[in-house]
Design a protein around this ligand. Structure first.
Ligand code: 6GU
Length: 243
């Protein structure tokens, strides 16, 4: 199924390289994904094309004004609250949002239309949230200078889950995080390089043993590097048992 993204941004040019290259570039060319960029400054009316202003009550930084954002969103979806807006996922990328993870990407890969609004500065006028019904998404616990890179992260993560975007259908289901654990180590030829050998079991041709080895490696790695993932899994399994 095809997905259409509308990206509302003050830096539409930032998306060019990402949209043109690699898996995403191929998905756009093949029609699996449509990406429309909307320049927020096209919806300003003053000479300086300002999208931001100082915060009421004082304090540092600037805040996104409501008018250009409402107008940009309505140019994409029609009047707020109208039929066109139903069934569209509307997401603001801000550090205050729900953390993006693989289950959310999976969910979004089932949508047909996603509007992304890239936040900036100290934030957005609260009436944007109140009046437009966007959900907020963050890509992690650190601060970036704007929502554009996070929007690209989200788009990339969604598009590679669309049937037909990757070369081989099973590749997205096998990988880390889909199973809630990290990936096992991979090797390719040569079987020995600079004195470092590929583990014997992988050369054995014994598929049951290989599978067992990989599973054990993946669990060990997850325990060493990301114990939090295993704890979440245990909690989920307990929750499922009780429900
Ligand atoms: Cl979505 N925006 C910004 N500015 N910083 C972030 C982020 C988003 N997610 C993590 N850091």
């Amino acid at each position: 199924m095809a997905v259409r993204f509308d990206i509302i941004t003050i830096f539409p040019g930032m998306f060019s390289s990402v949209v043109d290259e690699s898996i995403l570039g191929r998905a756009v060319k093949s029609g699996l994904v449509e990406i429309q960029r909307v320049d927020l400054r096209d919806f300003t009316e003053d000479r300086h094309r300002s999208v931001d202003d100082r915060p009421y009550g004082g304090g540092p930084g600037m805040v996104f004004k409501p008018e250009p954002v409402f107008d940009a969103v309505e140019s994409v979806l029609g009047e707020v609250g109208s039929a066109a807006d139903a069934g569209v996922r509307k997401i603001i990328l801000t550090p205050q949002g729900r953390r993006l993870d693989q289950p959310l990407l999976r969910e979004l890969s089932g949508e047909s239309r996603i509007v992304l609004l890239c936040g900036h500065y100290e934030g957005l006028d609260e009436r944007i949230f109140e009046g437009l019904g966007f959900e907020e998404v963050s890509i992690g616990d650190y601060v970036l200078s704007g929502g554009e890179l996070p929007a690209m992260v989200l788009i990339d993560g969604v598009v590679r889950l669309l049937p037909g975007a990757l070369g081989h259908p099973e590749s997205s289901e096998e990988e880390s995080f889909e199973n809630g654990i990290l990936e096992y180590p991979q090797y390719t030829r040569p079987s020995e390089y600079r004195g470092m050998k590929v583990p014997e079991v992988l050369l054995s041709g014994n598929h049951a043993e290989i599978e067992q080895w990989r599973r054990q490696q993946a669990l060990e790695r997850t325990r060493d590097r990301r114990g939090d993932l295993l704890e979440n899994r245990e909690l989920q399994e307990k929750g499922a048992g009780a429900g």
